[in-house]
Design a protein around this ligand. Structure first.
Ligand code: ADP
Ligand code: MG
Length: 330
């Protein structure tokens, strides 16, 4: 079982940041409103994610660690209208095959918390009583301890932490309603407070992107034929200096989608100098049946059923927004 999981881990667990992404997504799927991320040594030594979500019942703990065990999809129709972030039931099994994983959880119904650990060749799961408020803590230590080739690919502590920081930023912008903190080697690095009002949202975007972006960005929100696009877009005059701010979301999932990026680039068009790609934080929302998210294990890509329509919609909304911005010729 361990080997099969290690092979799958190659797809899901590229580096510490990918573990962080999977675990935070699980917390979000569990309805958490507060997530604390604790990292040691760039994630190579420890990744600890604590949430106040639904928790995991004692009887489900062992199951959560096994491959293709997911509590989120039970029918084919489910798979067609996936709203949860995870659905393959691969992440925990994969992670536990390449690291030491400890799960501690308590549900609302249980009076006590339980801790589970998978050990040995057969990944036998050991259960122990523990102390924990409602929610789940996942601890991943010694990542890639048993896969030297992967361990060798890990970069410096600073680089790996940079990737983790980036994942946390992306997620912070995907869920304004969730409190998120990030610590590294015992020091608090980020604190994103839940933001419900538009002014608080601006503040949160500023915390992620820096005040320069939000101060000059064009704000947009447009709905048409069941598609909605909202967010912030840097005017061409400011876009060059903010080239690292390119956040796109489809139905709340962070994406680096080709079609979306293409539409954005086309909308900016000649307004941008050739060496710039623009700066934006954009949210595309459409009916879940309009998108196929089951394309890539790391889930960065989607497939739109009406890709032409989606592309043109994004293009038109952005062009409209940009036309109100001064033109920059270079
Ligand atoms: P998936 O997210 O694709 O279902 P995972 O391997 O990521 O698969 O997780 C396996 C299962 O463990 C989930 O379906 C869920 O039931 C449970 N689980 C994992 N993390 C959490 C969490 N933070 N809170 C509650 N349940 C969790
Ligand atoms: Mg998951």
């Amino acid at each position: 079982a361990r080997l099969a999981n290690q092979i799958a881990a190659g797809e899901v667990v590229e580096r510490p940041a990918s573990v962080v992404k999977e675990l935070i997504e699980n917390s979000l799927d569990a309805g958490a409103t507060r997530i604390d991320v604790d990292i040691e040594k760039g994630g190579a030594k420890l990744i600890r994610i604590r949430d106040n979500g639904s928790g995991i019942g004692k009887d489900e703990l062992a199951l959560a660690l096994s491959r293709h065990a997911t509590s989120k999809v039970s029918t084919l129709e489910d798979l067609e209208r996936i709203m949860s972030l995870g659905f393959r039931g691969e992440a925990l099994a994969s992670i536990s095959s390449v690291a030491r994983l400890t799960l501690t959880a308590k549900t609302a119904e249980q009076s006590e918390a339980w801790q589970a650990m998978a050990q040995g060749r057969d990944m036998e799961v050991k259960l122990m009583p523990a102390s924990h408020p409602q929610g789940t803590t996942l601890e991943v230590s010694d990542l890639f301890f048993n896969t030297p080739a992967r361990r060798k690919f890990m970069r410096t502590e600073k680089t790996e932490f940079g990737h983790i920081d980036e994942v946390v930023r992306r997620i912070a912008l995907s869920r304004f309603d969730v409190d998120l903190t990030l610590r590294h080697n015992g020091k608090q690095i980020r604190q994103y407070r839940a933001a419900r009002l538009p002014s608080q949202q601006d503040k949160r975007v500023a915390a992620v992107s820096g005040p320069a972006f939000i101060n000059t960005a064009l704000k947009l929100d447009c709905e048409h034929h069941g598609f909605r696009l909202w967010g912030w877009l840097a005017p061409p005059s400011a876009a060059r200096t903010q080239a690292d701010i390119q956040y796109t979301y489809v139905n709340g999932r962070m994406m680096r989608d080709k079609l979306l990026n293409h539409a954005v680039r086309q909308a900016y068009g000649a307004r941008l100098p050739t060496d710039s790609h623009g700066a934006f934080v954009l949210y595309l929302e459409l009916d879940a049946t309009e998108v196929d998210v089951n394309v890539h294990p790391a889930k960065h890509e989607v497939r739109f059923h009406q890709s032409r329509l989606v592309h043109d919609f994004i293009y038109q909304v952005l062009v409209q927004a940009l036309e109100q911005a001064p033109l920059v010729l270079s």
